[in-house]
Design a protein around this ligand. Structure first.
Ligand code: PGA
Length: 254
């Protein structure tokens, strides 16, 4: 996997945009977003909109695709789930792992996140591991400890060659979908703690793993967050759903 151009701008559409809306969104976005060498754009459509998104970006190798989830087993009787192999076959290059909605709405454990990272790597998908603290953990001064625990749980024991290709997203749970964005200082402080742990886990390779910020990013705050020290890109939910605001984020200058 070649090193990513930075910043990385990633859109997590969550349970929005079916195939029809995904196609319309991409027709509008791609007509106005010219290929740029100084950044990486990745979209995470819903599993059922993936094929529509894939065909919409067929002529745009600069716009990359990932899936929002895979199951923590290779294959088998897991009705409703998708595996790393299925995601790869469908054309995904990336997979979100440990997103706070998976952890807190669906009860995904650190152990399951670890399994998903392993399966993703084994199949050549780049895992985008999401970590971040809940508000009560922040208020108790546990932000760094929570992020470090989640990183270690998912990454400890993996070979450096695997970790080298991973991406991390710092997404404080209290900032996701709330309109309450972390300050650039808060983001930088957490990114610094995450960076230190990545170095501890993977040495020099850990110094190069991109760390994205996510949580109520919008067209108005993207540039400021991108210029915060240690922020290598953005993972955007709500503001990635509308082509105009996503275009503004994808063209934001740090
Ligand atoms: P948000 O979501 O931008 O709507 O806060 C971010 C995310 O959950 O990845």
């Amino acid at each position: 996997m070649a090193a990513h151009r930075r910043p990385i701008l990633a859109a997590n559409w969550k349970m929005n945009h079916g195939p029809t809306a995904a196609s319309a969104f991409l027709a509008s976005f791609l007509a106005r977003y010219a290929r740029r060498e100084d950044r990486t754009v990745i979209l995470f459509p819903s599993a059922l909109a993936f094929a529509a998104a894939r065909s919409a970006v067929a002529e745009r190798p600069d716009v990359l695709l990932g899936v929002q989830n895979i199951y923590s087993a290779e294959k088998g009787a897991f009705t409703g789930e998708n595996s790393a192999a299925i995601a790869l076959d469908a054309g995904a290059g990336y997979v979100l792992v440990g997103h706070s909605e998976r952890r807190h709405v669906f009860g995904e454990t650190d152990a399951q996140s670890a399994e998903k990272v392993k399966l993703a790597a084994a199949h050549g998908l780049v895992p985008v591991l999401c970590v971040g603290e809940k508000i009560e953990e922040r208020e108790a001064g546990q932000t760094d400890a929570v992020c470090v625990r989640q990183l270690r749980a998912a990454f400890a024991g993996l070979p450096v060659e695997t970790l080298r290709d991973a991406i991390v997203a710092y997404e404080p749970v209290w900032a996701i979908g709330t309109g309450r964005t972390a300050t650039p200082q808060d983001a930088s402080a957490a990114h610094q703690a995450i960076r230190a742990e990545l170095r501890a886990l993977a040495g020099d390779a850990g110094a190069a793993i991109p760390i994205l910020y996510g949580g109520s990013v919008n067209a108005g705050n993207a540039a400021t967050l991108l210029s915060a020290p240690g922020v290598d890109g953005l993972l955007v939910g709500g503001a990635s759903l509308e082509a105009d605001s996503w275009l503004a984020i994808c063209t934001a200058e740090a």
